[in-house]
Design a protein around this ligand. Structure first.
Ligand SMILES: [Zn+2]
Length: 280
């Protein structure tokens, strides 16, 4: 244990204070962030792998060995049951109030960058601007050779996509598969952000999927303070400076309220009502 975690009667105020006094705040979100939008988690109670069994770990190899065959299976709906359930949940999902609150925290300058392990694109949909989607985004396609990304747009897989127009490489969903390395540009950007962070906030992540989770330990080693928002204890808990045992939505809304007040209230007027807030 590197630091004694601070568990106060009001950890949200501790977290808000830490965020407010930090120069560069990077948030990392995991599956627990999207569960309130109806997207199932993978691990733990009710998780996809708990119900359907562990996934095959060689998804990327299967794709690389036979991209056309992989797409044919997809077109013929011959996917594993957990993938079908996840796909349907992703299609139906909308951002929840926590996604909007996170975008709000960015807007008031409290959060500078978000690294998400989620592939659902809900952060973008909620209006977040500074985002690294470390496991890709399911609404894009990507060339596995040159890394070029294309919006999925109206693409419906009724036949395998044409090879990349730039390099002839195979095209897959942008989503990072098992056994697939994180695209180098994405990983480099995530690392650049982590190296700038003076505070990291881990929300709804079990902190067990590498290399994303490793970034949190790098931030800690760099001297950043660590805030954990998670209803459950995780591997990150022992090195966290503040722990908020809460769902993502509730905690983010509370943080936005606390930090918005800090932002909007001029010093010395802490008790003044702030009803007269007109949009600029
Ligand atoms: Zn290409």
């Amino acid at each position: 244990m590197l630091t004694e975690p601070i568990i106060t009667s009001d950890p949200l105020e501790q977290a808000a204070s830490l965020i407010k006094h930090s120069k560069y705040v990077v948030v990392m979100t995991g599956a627990g962030m999207s569960v309130e939008s109806g997207i199932p988690t993978f691990r733990g109670e009710g998780g996809l792998w708990t119900r359907y069994g562990p996934p095959k770990m060689d998804g990327f190899k299967q794709f690389r060995d036979d991209p056309v065959g992989w797409w044919q299976k997809r077109i013929n709906q011959q996917m594993d049951a957990h993938i079908i359930e996840l796909r349907d949940a992703l299609v139906a999902a909308e951002p929840h109030t926590g996604h909007h609150a996170l975008a709000g925290l960015e807007k008031v300058g409290a959060v500078h960058h978000v690294i998400t392990q989620n592939i659902d694109g809900l952060d973008l949909k909620a209006g977040l601007k500074n985002l690294t989607e470390i496991h890709g985004n399911r609404s894009r396609l990507r060339c596995i050779q040159c890394g070029q990304r294309m919006s999925l747009g109206d693409f419906v897989p009724i036949e395998p996509p044409e090879p990349c127009a730039s390099c002839g490489g195979s095209i897959k969903f942008d989503t990072v598969m098992f056994g697939e390395p994180i695209p180098a540009d994405t990983l480099a950007e995530a690392r650049r952000q982590i190296d700038m962070a003076t505070c990291v906030v881990a929300i709804g992540t079990s902190a067990s999927v590498r290399p994303a989770s490793g970034l949190l330990w790098i931030a800690k080693a760099n001297g950043a303070s660590v805030i954990e928002i998670n209803p459950n204890e995780t591997k990150l808990s022992p090195i966290s400076d503040v722990i908020v045992r809460s769902s993502a939505g509730s905690a983010l809304n509370s943080l936005l309220n606390l930090l918005k007040i800090c932002e909007e209230t001029p010093s010395g007027a802490a008790n003044e009502p702030t009803q007269d807030v007109r949009s600029a």
